[in-house]
Structure formats: C-alpha cells, structure tokens
Design a binder for this molecule. Sequence first.
Ligand code: S3P
Length: 174
Amino acid sequence: MINIALVGLPGTGKSTLGRKLSIRLNFKFLDSDCVIEKRIGCSIRSFFELEGEDAFRDVEQQVISQLSSCDGPFVLSTGGGAVLRLPNRSSLKQHACVFYLHGLPEDIYGRVRHDATRPLLQVADPMDSLRDLYAVRDPLYREVAHHTIEIARQSTSEVLLAILTKVQRDDFLS
Ligand code: S3P
C-alpha cells in the first residue's frame, strides 16, 4: 500500500496541496498540525507560548508516529519542523513516499510574512528566521525525501501536477 507524506518549510503549501492530492488520488487526508491542535486543545501558537517548543515537539513526535502507521492509503501533510527529530524522519520514510516541497526563503517570505499563526516567524525579521530554518532543515528534508519538488514560480496546480506525475511514474497506483 502506498502512502504519501509532504515535508517542507512553513508556507510551501503542504496542507493545501495535501488536501488536493488526497482528493485527486482518493486517498485519506491527514494533517499532523490539525491532529496536534485537537490533542492539545489550543492553537499551536498558544502551546508554544505556554509550554515551549520541546513540549510541542514531544506531542508532534507522538502524532507523526501514530499517523504514519495508520491504515492507508493516505496523504499526510506535516508541520515544517517535523523532520527535526530522527524518529519522525524514520517513520515518514518507512511508511510513505516523501515529497519535499522546496522553496528558498525568498520564495516563501511573501506567503508567511503576515501570518500570525506560525510561532517561529513571530519575530522582528521573519526573513532572517526563514533563512535560519532553511539552513538547518534543507539537509534534513533532503535526507527524508524520496522526491524534491520545486515550488518557486509554480502555481498550486502546477505543483500538484508535478507530484502526480512522479506518483504515476513510480507506478504507485498499479
Ligand atoms: C513549525 C511549523 C508549523 C507548525 C509549528 C512549527 C515549524 O507548521 O508545525 O508552528 O517548526 O516550522 P507549518 O509548516 O504548516 O507552518
């Protein structure tokens, strides 16, 4: 059984694309941040403020582990920091074909600069934060991914098509 997981920096379109992809493939749609928010009973931003990032990563790890081993086929959209912990990278890689939605900080900045929901970008210079996140995470996204898809200057439908083409080329659906 073939599952799909999407990883990438905040603002690369993981949730939007994941939902559309699941509809096109008739797969179940799972969004780890939505499941986390249900579990913690508040927004991720509030949880970061009240409990800190490590506590968030602990919940995220439980959720990624549960979701990646649930019955498929599914499309799983992950939070941008899900790749930080090795057990998450291992679960994702083991249970799904992982797509890295790659965008440079410059490509993503316009999508996230006014977004108040992302705790790590609530800083004076979000571009600077994006550059730091990119430097740390790009190698981790590449490590976990089976495929890397460029999002720069591509519409949502173009990115969707690029993923679907790879999915079909890998003969997922036969
Ligand atoms: C995070 C990204 C968020 C969310 C949390 C932490 C991160 O998800 O999981 O705020 O560490 O980059 P998105 O990638 O959907 O913004």
